[in-house]
Design a protein around this ligand. Sequence first.
Ligand SMILES: [Zn+2]
Length: 125
Amino acid sequence: VHELSIAQSLIEVAIREADCVGAVRVTTLVCRIGALRQVDEVILQEAFRIARRGTICQEGSLSIEKTYVQALCPRCDTRFPVRNWEWRCPGCGTEGLDPIGGDELDLITIEVEIPDEDRRPAECV
Ligand SMILES: [Zn+2]
């Protein structure tokens, strides 16, 4: 259900953007989802197939970009991705850093079809 509401909100944004540019069809949606969101990509794709029915996104595909949690070291300013919950700074060895990001949930790009124009990407705001 979590994934379904995410899929629905992505489609809502895409519909709004598509309207803005006068598109008749959305062919691709690219979203960015942080690791902290704990979104299951397979379930999200399923949810997307359900949620797109009857919308301008009906024939569109969903592309998911995952982002990792990052940390910024206050001592040496190194910014690094946190993998396997390893919080030690690779620059100076400081531990116990604060996370940055990883909770993104954004539609970043849609590709649309506009009458009398070639396919073109539209940046989402
Ligand atoms: Zn450091």
